[in-house]
Design a protein around this ligand. Structure first.
Ligand code: IFM
Length: 726
C-alpha cells in the first residue's frame, strides 16, 4: 500500500525555503508554498499565479499575490508564532493524494499547553478557491485570539509587482485589490471565516495586513474549529475580480468547508484513477514516483485552453516563471498518457505564442520561428542577457542561453507532433499548427551555413543542452533536432498540400525543396573510429580536444561554492565536464538509429563527465540505460529524478542568482523512465507494445495509459507485460 503522506516532525527554521517547495500545494491556477501560516515575506511564503507576469527592474517574473493564508495565534494576550516562540512539538505533513497541507504545533504557555492544527487546499474543483481549517485546543481555559487575514507584504525575487494595493472589508469579508505594475491587470483576494462556536470578531488593518481577530475562551480539552475561504481572481479571469472573489467566498461559506473539500478530493480521485503507478517490491520508488506525479498534477493548467508549465512549476518566481523545453521534452509524456486534454493545452500554448517566436527570429536576422528560451505570455523571451551573477565581483555575467539555445524550436515541433501521434488528434495541425511547424523549419534552414569547401551544412555558434559550453559549433543534439524539424516539416507541408490546406502565403514546392535539402545535407557527427573514443560521438566540434579532467578535479578548482561552472571563466568551460545529458539526450530520442554498442559507448563515456548540475540530466541517463537493456544501471538515475523534490538537495544557485524551487521536468523524466523505460511502453509500427525490463528492486508494476483516445491497463510481472483496453 502506498503511503500518501509525507511528514516532517520538529522545527528547524533554516528549512523553511526547502519545505516550502516540498510541501507545495496547487491546482494549476495557483501554487501555494508549503510554508507556515504565520510566515512573512522573509520565510518565502507565496501564492504564485500561473501565466501572469510583471516587470520590475530588468526582470519579468510571475506575480505572487497578497497572502490570504496568513494567520497566527494569540493566547492570554501573547503571540504564538514560529520561529519566535519555540514549540513543545511541531510538524507538517502533505497528503499528496489530495493536495492537502497540514501543520500541528503545540506551545507551552504560562497556564498550560495550547495546540494549533491547520489544513489547507487549493481547490481542484474551483481553482480560484483556497480552503483552510484551523483547530485550536488548550488544556486550560485559554483566552485565545485567532488572527487571520491577508498579508500584502509579498515575497518577490524582483518586486514589487503590485500597485494601488487597497485593503478593505465588508461586513464579514476582507478584500484586497491591486493591479500589476506593467500591464495594470487587476487582482483581488477576498477572505471570509466561519467559527462553529461563539466568538467575538473584529476587522483591523495592521501595517500591510488586513485581519480578522477572532476571540474565544477554550474549555480544557475541547476543540475549536474555524474555517476560512480565500477567493482569488484576476482581470484575466473576469471583468470584476473583486466582485467574483467576494461572491465566491460567500457562497463557499454558505455551502460549508466539507462540501468544498469533498469536491476537491473528487477531482483528485479522478486524476489518480488514470495516473497512479503501482510498483511492487519497491515502496520507496512507488512513493517517489507518485509524489512526482502529484507535483505535475498540481501545476497542470487545466483551467484554460492554452498555457504551459514553468520550469519550477508554481513554486515561486525562479527562472521568471517561464516555460522552457522542459515541458515538451520531459513533462509532456506524462500528460499524453494520463491526461491528454492537458497535453493539448500545453501544446496549444506553443502554437498561440508563435508570434513571439517569429519576432525573436527576425530580431536576430533569421527567418521563421525562434522560440523563447524562457517563454512568457505571447512567447515573450524573459531570458536576460545576464542570467548569472558572478560570485566574486557581484557583476552580471553575459550568458547566451537566449541567443544560442536554438534547439528550443525543435522541441516545440517535437512536442506538437508527439501530441498528434500519441493522441491521434489532428486538430492542432490546423492552419496555425502547420504554420508553427513550417516556421520552425524555416528558422533552421536560415541557420544553415555552407562553407565553400564543404559539401555539407553546419549550424555554428550555438549552445546545446550542456549549457556549460557556450557558442560551440555543430552540437550533435542541436543538429539532429534541426534535421528532425526539417524532415517533419517537409512531411507536414506535403500532407497540407495534398489536402489543399497549406496556408496561402507559402510556396509549397519551394518549402519542400529547402527542407529536404537542409535535412539531407545537415552535418551530423558520427561515432568516432579512433581508439581513444571508439563509437563515441563528439558533442560538438573540438570537444575531444578539451582538457579531459575528472569531475573531482574540476570541482576542486572551484573557489566558491556558488560559483557558476560555465560561461567565459567557468571551471568546466575548457574541459570535457558537461552540465547535463547532451549526446545522451540525442541518442535517447533516436536510439533506433544506432547500434547498441554505440549507445553503450556514449553512455559510458559521457556519464562520468557529467556533473548532473541540472535536474534534467539524470532522467536521460536512466532512459538510455533502459534502452541498452541495463535497468539496474538506470535505477539510481531514475531514483534521483523521482526524488528531486522529495529529497531536495538540487542546485539552488547559479552564481548569485537563486534557482531553487520544484523540479517538474525531473518528475516527468521519472514517469517516462517507469512507463517507457522499465515498462517498455512504446509504439512499434504504430502499435502500442509493452516490453518490460525491470531493475532488480522492482518486481512488477501496474498503471493505466491513454493511447489514441482509448485507455489501457498495463500489468507487468517480471518480464511479462500485458496491455488491456478498458
Ligand atoms: O531547461 C533547463 C536547462 O536545460 C538547464 N537549466 C535549467 C533549465 C530549466 O529547468
Amino acid at each position: 500500500m502506498l503511503n500518501w503522506t509525507i511528514r516532517e516532525e520538529g522545527y528547524e527554521e533554516q528549512n523553511a525555503p526547502s519545505l516550502g517547495n516540498r510541501y507545495l500545494i496547487g491546482n494549476g491556477y495557483m501554487g501555494i508554498r508549503g510554508t507556515l501560516e504565520e510566515y512573512e515575506a522573509d520565510k518565502l511564503p507565496a501564492v504564485n499565479l500561473a501565466g501572469i507576469y510583471d516587470r520590475a527592474g530588468g526582470w519579468r517574473e510571475p506575480i505572487n499575490l497578497p497572502n490570504g493564508c496568513f494567520s497566527y495565534l494569540r493566547v492570554d494576550a501573547e503571540i504564538y508564532k514560529l520561529p519566535e516562540k519555540q514549540p513543545v512539538s511541531h510538524g507538517i505533513e502533505l497528503d499528496y493524494r489530495y493536495g492537502i497541507f497540514r501543520r500541528h504545533t503545540t506551545w507551552h504557555t504560562a497556564r498550560g499547553n495550547v495546540t494549533l492544527t491547520t489544513e489547507r487546499f487549493a481547490s481542484m474543483a474551483k481553482v480560484n478557491l483556497i480552503g483552510i481549517r484551523f483547530r485550536v485546543t488548550a488544556d486550560f481555559h485559554a483566552d485565545v485570539e485567532l488572527v487571520t487575514g491577508i498579508d500584502c507584504d509579498v515575497w518577490d525575487l524582483n518586486g514589487p509587482h503590485l500597485e494601488e494595493v487597497s485593503m478593505g472589508g465588508q461586513e464579514e469579508e476582507l478584500l484586497v485589490t491591486a493591479r500589476t505594475q506593467e500591464q495594470k491587470i487587476p487582482v483581488a483576494v477576498a477572505e471570509t471565516v466561519f467559527a462553529s462556536y461563539p466568538v467575538e470578531m473584529k476587522q483591523v488593518v495592521k501595517g500591510n495586513k488586513i485581519l480578522h481577530r477572532i476571540f474565544f475562551i477554550t474549555k480544557p480539552g475541547e476543540q475549536y474549529t474555524t474555517d476560512k475561504w480565500v477567493g482569488v481572481y484576476t482581470g484575466k479571469d473576469c471583468d470584476n475580480p473583486a466582485k467574483e472573489a467576494l461572491e465566491l467566498v460567500r457562497i463557499k461559506k454558505e455551502n460549508g468547508y466539507d462540501s468544498s473539500l469533498r469536491a476537491h478530493k473528487k477531482c483528485w480521485d479522478e486524476l489518480w484513477k488514470h495516473s497512479e503507478v503501482i510498483i511492487k517490491g519497491d515502496s520507496n520508488a512507488m512513493q517517489a514516483v507518485n509524489y512526482s506525479l502529484y507535483h505535475l498534477h498540481s501545476i497542470a493548467p487545466r483551467h484554460t485552453e492554452s498555457l504551459s508549465i514553468p520550469a519550477r512549476g508554481l513554486s515561486g518566481q525562479t527562472y521568471k516563471g517561464a516555460v522552457f523545453w522542459d515541458t515538451e521534452m520531459f513533462m509532456l509524456d506524462f500528460f499524453l498518457m494520463t491526461d491528454p486534454a492537458t497535453a493539448r493545452i500545453l501544446m496549444k500554448y506553443r502554437i498561440d505564442t508563435l508570434e513571439g517566436a517569429l519576432q525573436k527570429a527576425a530580431h536576430y536576422g533569421y527567418e521563421g520561428a525562434f522560440y523563447a528560451w524562457e517563454s512568457q505570455e505571447g512567447g515573450y523571451d524573459a531570458c536576460t542577457d545576464y542570467n548569472v551573477t558572478d560570485v566574486f565581483t557581484g557583476r552580471p555575467q553575459r550568458t547566451y542561453f537566449k541567443d544560442k539555445q536554438v534547439h528550443i524550436s525543435a522541441a516545440v515541433v517535437y512536442g506538437i507532433l508527439r501530441y498528434v501521434e500519441w493522441t491521434g488528434d489532428e486538430s492542432l495541425l490546423d492552419t496555425k499548427g502547420v504554420k508553427t511547424i513550417v516556421e520552425c523549419a524555416k528558422f533552421y534552414y536560415s541557420l544553415l551555413l555552407h562553407s565553400l569547401t564543404k559539401d555539407y551544412y553546419e549550424i555554428r555558434d550555438v549552445i546545446g543542452p550542456d549549457e556549460y559550453h557556450e557558442r560551440i559549433n555543430n552540437n550533435g543534439y542541436t543538429n539532429r533536432m534541426a534535421k528532425f524539424t526539417l524532415e517533419k516539416a517537409a512531411e507536414v507541408v506535403k500532407k497540407a498540400m495534398a489536402d489543399g490546406k497549406l496556408p496561402a502565403e507559402y510556396d509549397g514546392e519551394e518549402l519542400l525543396r529547402r527542407f529536404q535539402d537542409g535535412a539531407e545535407k545537415l552535418f551530423l557527427p558520427k561515432p568516432s573510429e579512433d581508439a581513444a573514443h571508439r563509437n563515441v560521438i563528439e558533442q560538438f566540434d573540438g570537444y575531444f580536444d578539451m582538457e579531459d579532467a575528472t569531475l573531482e578535479e574540476v570541482r576542486s578548482r572551484l573557489l566558491h561554492e556558488k560559483e557558476y561552472w560555465g560561461g567565459a571563466y567557468g571551471v568546466a568551460s575548457h574541459t570535457q565536464i558537461i552540465k547535463q545529458a547532451d549526446v545522451v539526450t540525442w541518442l535517447n530520442l533516436f536510439s533506433q538509429e544506432y547500434d547498441e554498442e554505440v549507445l553503450r559507448a556514449n553512455w559510458a563515456y559521457y556519464e562520468p563527465r557529467t556533473e548532473h548540475g541540472s535536474s534534467l540530466s539524470a532522467g536521460m541517463y536512466a532512459m538510455l540505460a533502459c534502452k541498452i537493456g541495463e535497468p539496474d544501471r538506470a535505477y539510481p538515475f531514475f531514483l534521483k529524478s523521482a526524488m528531486a523534490d522529495l529529497k531536495g538537495g538540487g542546485k539552488e544557485w547559479a552564481g548569485l542568482v537563486y534557482i531553487g524551487g520544484t523540479h517538474p521536468a525531473a518528475a516527468g523524466a521519472a514517469y517516462m523512465t517507469v512507463v517507457e523505460g522499465f515498462g517498455g511502453i512504446r509504439l512499434e509500427n504504430g502499435k502500442l507494445v509493452c516490453k518490460p525490463s525491470l531493475p532488480r528492486e522492482i518486481q512488477g508494476m501496474q498503471f493505466r495509459i491513454f493511447y489514441r483516445g482509448q485507455e489501457y491497463e498495463v500489468k507487468i510481472e517480471g518480464t511479462k507485460g500485458t496491455v488491456t483496453a478498458l
